[in-house]
Design a protein around this ligand. Structure first.
Ligand SMILES: Cc1cc2nc3c(=O)[nH]c(=O)nc-3n(C[C@H](O)[C@H](O)[C@H](O)COP(=O)(O)OP(=O)(O)OC[C@H]3O[C@@H](n4cnc5c(N)ncnc54)[C@H](O)[C@@H]3O)c2cc1C
Ligand code: SF4
Length: 866
């Protein structure tokens, strides 16, 4: 590397930018930072915190109009649309007169001889040192039509605003045309999947086109890719792997026809390119700085470019020829340059390229030598097709040292495993991926193990911060920076806090410091009936996908407003939004309520007729109901009307509410039965239908101890005895099945119902978000004994209150689906489809050829195949 203009004290004395500070009398030099992204900001912070004498004045030129924001968390902008929520702490340098931030100002020309930067507004700034931190720009493959209206990239807040506008317009157009709105993402890497999730949240059906044979090809192997593809399918993302984009053509109806290299044509409302990034090295290149073959400003290990007065950091830098597309290496580079400007000798030590996907509901992580490229490396894999998980660890040839790994479906072990990379694993490494095997605790982790790789924070630093009094997550984040960037390490950070005896915050999310139970009490006490009202008085920001549905559920549990009334409608998740279960191909299933599994012949005939007339697939469920699959959204009101006409309603088979009360035939028909289990089941289902709760609730009622209704696998299980009823609570099926436990024996009908009222009201009031009854019981201080004391002995003196809550619920209940049919405003949600021509929605297809009808995961019409 050739040095053209050395940076040294003598040289800086003579520049026009150097000045003498009044207080110290020392020369103050100017460092110009081009680019105010995450790394540019980190550099300013690092320099300012170390330069106590104030020897450097900092001028930051930022092309974007916003001061540095959390680009890693860009996707969380969707929904809240609150720019301030993503602002990085202190990024406008309040009260620091050593820093001048010029927003909306692009650096155009660097004159390395004069040491000046000329900006878009025509001004010129002199520098003693220049730090180029211009990041990357998204690569858009030069396919014909790539610049059509409706094509976007995914990098900045402005990009997301553009996508939002196009998505809103697409949804309106699609609704008017009686079809679904679609979006297509070019690129199935980490960012492509984040973009697809954003499109999903914007109400579009996302498609992802990936050239490689699997998603996230750089991070996961074939096995992990297959599991990931299935999980993405479950989220409604349609995946097209092994195909590139050949051309894009805008149609007369404003949609885009996208031709893939395998001959497939797809019609989409918008396209988001996420096909990789390229270093934004234009300014440096034009100034004659040495650049890498594949772009990036080449630097040495001190991040110094071919001009000694110029440094490059972050994604634009090719440190010793290598570019890094992650924030953590950029932060390290920022620290290196700050140190160098103050006379230090720091060098860039290389970087950890571990990654973790931040998608809602899909865990993917890869770390260390994930692809097992180390000679002799051994791979240990565990795949669980039922749970949808794939876990692989890579170990050294003697099976002792952990080299890397891949986790798909469940990445809870990511941070701890990652911290063990390069170290000897305690015990059998196979146990690390086996569900029955050992979990690596934080105990065995050495102090120098890096827990937060974004900010290079070790276990030792976290533990000493805790020892020094950082008593909660916020304090720990504040003093160590751990967990403040991608957040992937937070589970381990929390574990370290808990292991040290700290009780963790129960805040619902970043918008509410209260727990779900506390918010419940606030709503009850204040009578606040809107999310915005609650947020304004007790929360901050705009809300998120955690607090919105939780508050919607609390409002529904505490009042009898309709779930689609006013503002509430927008808070519901997609099932509650359409009062039906959304299925894999975007259609819905309707499950008519049949309390206790009981149904009349006329009702059964209507169910059959509805299935025939709407061409629905019929399946009897495990909860004794009939599930009708494949209804398009515009068909829902018509189906509900037919059910209402024979005295039936749809059911909350989708809701965080009572799903079913299963029953056996009981004493009326069965020769073993000792009580009328059907009658009791029907009464219970009528009583608690529509009750919104922290999670779904299921009941079972058996007519004798033979337990044909499998009541002990339910949240509330009622089993007849010679003397009355035994009440069991807190059982469930699912991933972690639990038998219900006996709460009270030989109850008469009235006491049974009273106890169930109290039990459910107590659960709804005190459980955490998404906490089923079994884990709730485990978390209750005093466990079953306490619960029994509250429910049966009224130990807290709240029994009357709990019963009153339930009485209000029973009184306020009304058929939610009929309420939609009776309300033209609510019907509008479905009306565009009702008015649409009868021709089938082109984005929905079924395959009837086999023994059973199945949805075809098409979503976008295939309009041609060469
Ligand atoms: C959606 C998304 C998710 C991500 N997730 C992760 C993740 O989970 N983990 C991770 O490690 N990384 C992630 N990244 C990458 C991470 O955001 C980047 O590594 C990091 O932001 C790079 O910081 P930077 O400062 O080098 O560049 P940038 O943040 O791109 O900042 C550069 C700034 O310079 C400005 N600029 C460019 N040219 C000029 C000029 N001539 N004059 C003035 N200003 C200029 C740009 O407009 C930009 O504002 C993600 C990125 C995106 C987009
Ligand atoms: S649980 Fe008892 S009453 Fe019910 S069906 Fe079985 S044997 Fe008959």
């Amino acid at each position: 590397m050739t040095s053209t203009t050395p940076l040294d004290a003598d040289r800086t004395e003579s520049t026009a930018t150097s000045e003498t500070t009044g207080t110290t009398g020392t020369a103050r030099r100017t460092v110009v930072v081009v680019g105010h992204g995450m790394v540019g900001h980190r550099f300013v912070e690092a320099l300012r915190s170390r330069d106590r004498e104030g020897t450097w004045r900092v001028v930051v030129l930022s092309e974007e109009a916003d001061a540095a924001y959390d680009r890693v968390g860009l996707s969380s902008y969707v929904g809240g649309w609150d720019r301030s929520a993503l602002a990085l702490a202190g990024s406008s340098y309040p009260g620091d007169d050593h820093v001048e931030l010029r927003l909306g100002t692009r650096a155009e020309v660097v004159d390395r001889v004069a040491r000046t930067v000329t900006t878009t507004d025509g001004s010129t700034v002199g520098y003693d040192a220049l730090v180029v931190a211009t990041g990357s720009y998204p690569f858009v493959p030069p396919v014909p039509g790539h610049d059509s209206p409706g094509c976007f990239v995914y990098r900045t807040l402005d990009d997301l605003d553009g996508i939002r506008g196009a998505a809103d317009a697409a949804r309106a157009r699609a609704a008017a045309e009686g079809r679904e709105a679609n979006g297509l993402v070019v690129g199935g890497g980490l960012l492509g999947l984040e973009a697809a999730n954003a499109l999903r949240l914007l109400g579009l059906t996302p498609h992802v086109v990936e050239f490689a044979p699997r998603l996230m090809p750089l991070q996961v192997d074939a096995g992990g890719g297959a599991v990931l593809e299935r999980l993405m399918g479950g989220l409604g993302v349609q995946v097209h792997t092994g195909a590139g984009t050949a051309s894009i053509a805008r149609q007369a109806d404003e949609r885009l026809a996208v031709e893939l290299t395998d001959g497939t044509s797809l019609l989409t409302d918008l396209v988001v390119f996420s096909a990789g990034v390229r270093p934004a090295d234009a300014v440096g290149r034009a100034a004659g700085l040495e650049c890498g073959e594949r772009g990036g400003i080449v630097t040495d290990a001190a991040c110094r470019t071919s001009d000694e007065a110029v440094f490059a950091i972050g994604e634009v830098a090719a440190v010793e020829g290598r570019c890094y597309g992650l924030v953590a290496p950029g932060y390290t580079m920022a620290e290196v340059v700050a140190d160098r400007l103050l006379g230090g000798g720091a060098t860039f030590p290389g970087a950890d390229l571990s990654t973790k996907l931040k998608l809602l509901g899909v865990d993917v992580a890869s770390f260390g030598d994930a692809m097992a490229t180390t000679p002799g490396a051994l791979e240990i894999v565990h795949t669980d097709a039922v749970r949808g998980t794939y876990a692989k660890v890579v170990v050294s040839d003697d099976a002792r040292t952990l080299l890397g790994g891949i986790l798909v479906g469940d990445a809870s072990a990511y941070t701890t495993l990652k911290a063990y990379v390069g170290r000897e694993v305690p015990g059998d490494p196979g146990a690390l991926v086996s569900p029955a095997g050992a979990e690596l605790g934080t105990d065995g982790l050495p102090d120098d193990a890096v827990v937060c790789s974004c900010n290079n924070v070790t276990k030792g630093s976290i533990c000493s911060a805790i020892a020094d009094g950082a008593g909660d997550l916020a304090a720990l984040k504040g003093c160590t920076n751990a967990g403040t960037t991608c957040g992937g390490c937070l589970p381990t950070v929390k574990k370290l806090l808990v292991d040290s005896g700290v009780e963790l915050s129960t805040a619902l999310c970043e918008h509410f410091v209260q727990s779900r139970a506390q918010l419940f009490e606030i709503v009850r006490a204040t009578g606040i009936r809107t999310f915005s009202g609650l947020l304004a008085r007790y929360g901050t920001g705009a809300g998120c996908e955690v607090c919105k549905p939780t508050v919607a559920s609390i409002l529904a549990s505490t009042g009898s407003d309709h779930v689609l009334d006013g503002e509430q409608a927008a808070l519901q998740d997609s099932n509650d939004h359409f009062l039906a279960n959304i299925q894999r191909n975007g259609t819905y299933s309707v499950v008519p309520r049949m309390p206790g599994g009981e149904v009349t012949a006329d009702q059964l005939i209507v169910i059959g007729e509805v299935a025939r007339d709407f061409d629905l697939y019929v399946k009897v469920t495990g909860g004794q109901r009939i599930d009708l699959f494949g209804a398009r959204v515009e068909q829902l009101p018509a189906i509900w009307q037919r059910l209402v006409d024979v005295g039936m309603e749809s059911g909350q088979a989708y809701g965080k509410s009572l799903r079913t009360v299963k029953s056996c035939v009981g004493s009326t028909w069965c020769r073993f039965g000792v009580q009328d289990s059907v009658g009791m089941a029907v009464d219970l289902e009528h009583r608690y239908r529509g009750l919104r709760s922290p999670h779904k609730i299921k009941f079972g009622v058996s007519g004798c101890a033979r337990e044909c209704a499998e009541a002990r696998g339910k949240d509330v299980g009622v089993i007849a005895t010679d003397k009355g009823w035994n009440l069991y609570v807190c059982g469930n099926g699912g991933q972690t099945p639990k038998h219900a436990v006996l709460l009270a024996s030989d109850l008469d009908d009235e006491t049974l119902v009273r106890y169930i009222d109290r039990f459910l009201a107590f659960y709804v009031r005190t459980a955490d978000r998404l906490q089923r009854t079994a884990p709730w019981l485990e978390s209750l201080e005093g466990g079953l004994e306490h619960l029994r004391a509250v429910v049966c002995d009224d130990a807290l003196g709240i029994a009357d209150d709990l019963e009153a809550v339930m009485a209000r619920h029973v009184e306020g209940y009304r058929d939610e689906w009929k309420a939609v049919l009776d309300d033209p405003v609510k019907l509008q949600r479905f009306v565009s489809f009702v008015n649409a021509p009868d021709e089938p929605n082109p984005t929905v297809a079924f395959d009837d050829a086999g023994p059973r009808k199945v949805p075809v995961l098409l979503g976008l019409p295939i309009v041609g195949r060469r």
